[in-house]
Design a protein around this ligand. Structure first.
Ligand code: M6R
Length: 622
């Protein structure tokens, strides 16, 4: 989704804004622009397309970098189109009609048509199709009757309905940026005699190690050596900065062709780190219980939990489905998983005895935040799993926070954060089971032992990448794929279909394998490969049987199966082998060849792997 960067300080400004914009590219965008104070005016430059289009214009039109040593001030923006196509005119920043105020915006203005109509009646002229333009025109309109721009901003944001993060420049205040937050994330970075503004802490970590998260309904006035915060009523607020680790290498692909393949390859290390942080090295130590540092769940409270509800979207939802399986298996507590965007209906089912788990890589997904806030209003206990400790989800979780510590994931499609999320769900399930005594210590010890083996097994699977590449490329011309799995590998079928769609734009569906014969089997023919996840265990025979039904319809047959599975070798046209693994731990391995399948087919089709069309990394609108 849209990204915002801002800078005020003595350094040359354009290189900083462009560096910030490059770091925000992963969020997904289709146009970009900057606004800077230049001489006595505000200079706006913007372009549809990727950042190189903006860079080309900046190179050719003589826009100044701002002199070193002078106060330079400006904002930059990457736009992911919502209202109006990706065009130069619709790109941000947007001006008011007098070109005195420039605004960049991330989010959505729900009542923009109403506001626009009122402004049109008052004689305001609009040039773009965006909802953003109403913000700047409204501030400008209200400024006529205001004692200051801050006052006009306060009046205006109270008239707007929606979610918005804003960066605002005002011609008459050339050394100041105003930032506004309502729901959509915006963070201030604090340096020595310079301050920054960005949509995420990763971007700020390129420049500074101190940040202030703007809270909901807050406004900041940022100059090079001061940050003042206000409520939407204009009352001053005090907040202390948080520390972030300065990091300027997360955009480095470290020799890999794409961030995605780098991130797939990091999974063994990510899981190894998480396990060593939370699980002792051996089960011999009887006190070797799972340790979850930021979880402060009272054992009496846990013993009373009668229902778990997991809320998430996309890949995080698939992680939640695996979590349901493990939580029910280990704790016996009925667990339900809901798309966060569908939560509206079940609010009444939550009580003080429920446990709600919100999962979000970014911690900023609007659907997830909105559902979690509603759930929290019921007084339920809430645990968050996120990869972003500085996110709003982390903020909402306070005492019950699980950080998935996968490192920044730059590729839009989630891979390493998925396996990190499921690691945290397994650890949480063991933690609850150990606390409430729902499972024998011996069987928990066996599971922990299997988990400890995972990093090595994942490593061995990743080493087979070239073999998988050769095996899957012969299917790259197929227009449709069907993925099937059962039990704990049904969510992997869903995740594999999502990955293939996102990366290659090939249509794909995931099904519980038993459901095939209830309808989806109608689509099968020699052009539609069926990919079956067949892991030894309770589901094995039935998935094989369902696969045979597909084979009889002449579908090309692919399997993910363990080494030495002779039955699978004889039935399927192609077998993507993984090392032997027990069923309950198998999703960590079965997903990997399917991540590679999606990657290699997409690469073969020359897709934009790290930033697939139409997608955004952090979906900050509902
Ligand atoms: O940041 P979140 O985990 O909340 O994001 C949820 C989904 O938007 C995300 O998983 C999406 O489905 C990805 N594109 C998956 O690759």
């Amino acid at each position: 989704m849209c990204g915002i960067i801002g800078y005020v300080g003595n350094k040359e400004i354009i290189p900083i804004l462009l560096e910030g914009l490059h770091s925000l590219e992963y969020r997904g965008y289709d146009s970009s622009g900057i606004a800077i104070h230049e001489g006595n005016s505000l200079n706006v430059v913007k372009a549809a397309g990727k950042l190189n289009c903006l860079e080309e214009i900046l190179k050719n039109n003589g826009t100044k970098n701002g002199k070193n040593g002078h106060v330079n001030c400006g904002v930059g923006h990457t736009r992911w189109a919502t209202h109006g196509e990706a065009s130069d005119i619709n790109a941000h920043p947007h001006f008011d009609r007098d070109e005195k105020i420039a605004v960049v915006h991330n989010g959505i203005i729900r009542n923009y048509q109403e506001v626009r109509e009122n402004l049109l009646k008052a004689g305001v002229h609009f040039v773009s199709e965006t909802d953003t333009e109403v913000i700047v025109q409204l501030i400008s309109y209200n400024f006529k009757n205001s004692k200051s721009l801050l006052h006009a901003i306060c009046t205006s944001v109270n008239e707007l309905d929606g979610s918005f993060a804003l960066g605002i420049l005002f011609k008459q205040e050339p050394d100041k940026i105003y930032a506004v937050r309502k729901e959509s994330p915006i963070i201030i970075g604090m340096g020595e005699n310079e301050n920054y503004l960005a949509s995420d802490s990763a971007t700020l970590s390129l420049f500074v190690n101190k940040i202030i998260r703007l809270g909901d309904n807050e406004i900041a006035e940022i100059t090079k050596d001061k940050v003042k915060l206000y409520s939407f009523k204009g009352e001053e607020i005090k907040k202390s900065p948080q520390t972030v680790t300065k990091s300027n290498d997360f955009l480095d692909k470290k020799g890999f062709k794409h961030h995605l393949i780098k991130e797939i390859s990091e999974q063994a290390d990510v899981i190894s780190n998480l396990l060593s942080n939370h699980l002792s090295a051996t089960s011999k130590d009887k006190s070797a219980r799972v340790k979850l540092d930021y979880i402060n769940l009272n054992p009496d409270l846990l013993k009373n939990i009668d229902r778990i509800l997991i809320l998430a979207c996309g890949t995080a939802y698939h992680a939640g489905l695996i979590g349901k399986f493990v939580l029910e298996n280990l704790t016996g507590i009925p667990t339900e998983v809901q798309f966060a965007s569908e939560f509206l209906n079940t609010k009444s089912l939550l009580t003080k005895k429920s446990l709600v788990i919100g999962i979000s890589q970014s911690g900023e997904t609007a659907d997830t935040l909105s559902a979690v806030k509603k759930a929290k209003d019921t007084g339920t206990t809430f645990v968050a799993i996120t990869n972003n400790p500085h996110s709003e989800l982390a903020n909402l979780a306070k005492d019950h926070l699980l950080i998935s510590k996968a490192g920044i994931e730059v590729s839009v499609a989630a891979t390493k954060t998925f396996t990190a999320q499921i690691t945290m769900l397994y650890l949480l399930a063991i933690y609850i089971a150990e606390t409430i005594g729902s499972k024998k210590e011996k069987s928990l010890d066996l599971l922990k032992q299997e988990l400890r083996l995972l990093p090595q097994l994942i490593d061995q699977t990743i080493l087979r990448a070239e073999q998988y590449q050769e095996q899957v490329l012969k299917y790259a011309d197929k227009p449709d794929f069907v993925f099937i799995g059962r039990g704990i590998n049904y969510p992997i079928a869903l995740e594999a279909a999502l990955k293939l769609k996102e990366l290659s734009y090939i249509h794909a569906s995931g099904y519980a394998s038993g459901e095939m014969k209830h309808g989806p089997i109608a689509v099968l023919d020699p052009k539609v490969p069926v990919v079956s996840i067949v892991v030894p265990g309770e589901t094995y025979d039935r998935v094989l049987q369902n696969s045979m039904e597909a084979k009889s319809r002449h579908a090309p047959m692919i399997a993910v199966a363990v080494d030495g599975d002779k039955k699978a070798d004889s039935i399927f046209d192609t077998v993507l082998h993984i090392p032997p693994v027990i069923e309950i731990a198998s999703p960590f391995l079965t997903v990997i060849p399917l991540q590679f399948l999606a990657y290699y087919i997409a690469e073969h089709l020359e897709r934009d792997i790290d930033q697939p069309r139409n997608l955004a990394k952090s979906v900050t609108v509902e």
